[in-house]
Design a protein around this ligand. Sequence first.
Ligand SMILES: [Mg+2]
Length: 312
Amino acid sequence: MNTGQRTMLGIAIGDTFGVGYEFYPGGRKEIKKAFDFSRYSNHPNPEWCTPGRYTDDTQMSIAIAELLISDNRFNHNNLADFFVGCYKRDPIKGYAGGFQKFLEVVGSGEEFLYGIKDDSIRNGAAMRAIPIGFVNDLKKVIDYAIINAELTHNTPEGKVSSVGIAVAAHYLMHTNKDIMSLSKQVQEHVAQIHPETANYLEKTYTMQSFDPETLFGEGNADVGVPCHGPKTLGAVMYILQHCYPSASEVLKQAVLLGGDTDSVAALAVGLTAIRQDLDILPHFLLDDLYNNEFGKEYLLDLGDALNQKFLS
Ligand SMILES: [Mg+2]
């Protein structure tokens, strides 16, 4: 597998394993008891997901990857078109209810842009931002990450989390920076958009020992990572700093932190997979990953196309 293939598969594996534990009833304490590293677990709420199938995090990352390898410009209208198209051809579970209903009724990118409520501070822009990092020019990476956020999360929190993830992916793909120095660089980029998030990252980078209130925010200690852009970025950087380079440890930690486990695991494993083999993961993660028309083989082909366009 090449870098592109590992990255797309890493996103899907993290997402698909993580969603079985997303906002788990009883919180982090119950995840520890239920954690099973031998299969794709079903969520206590079976409506939530289908074991072995990825969710919105991967599908929207696919949309971004497809736009990047197409001849279309990376702009709001084209990106909205790709989001709508990817959902319509494969209407999967895992989207937030309101957004899924919206995707059902819009017929084009134009309708999407006209109807979308774009003021969210949640992590929906960050969760799909890794493929933007394939782009060779860092300035473009930042521009595209902002366009990505403006579509649905047109807030400082939405933009900063999208930029933070895309920049981290870019550094892992195009430089030799180690995790600590790329963490610092992410923080510097973040500071230019939203100083509050840079201060938050500083606190998480310098924690003497694990402090859930610092990492997840007040009131979230038992639940885990909230569905919030900057806190998701903070959790992903924390996992990389403590568990990298083992994809296996990264995935475990992403789930055990709790909260929005599918998005955090998609990002943390996707970023890790840029440079690291996925062979050390339990084999069911690859073997049992769903392989429909847009499943495992499709992700490998798409990753290969990204690799050819941007990394060779
Ligand atoms: Mg999801």
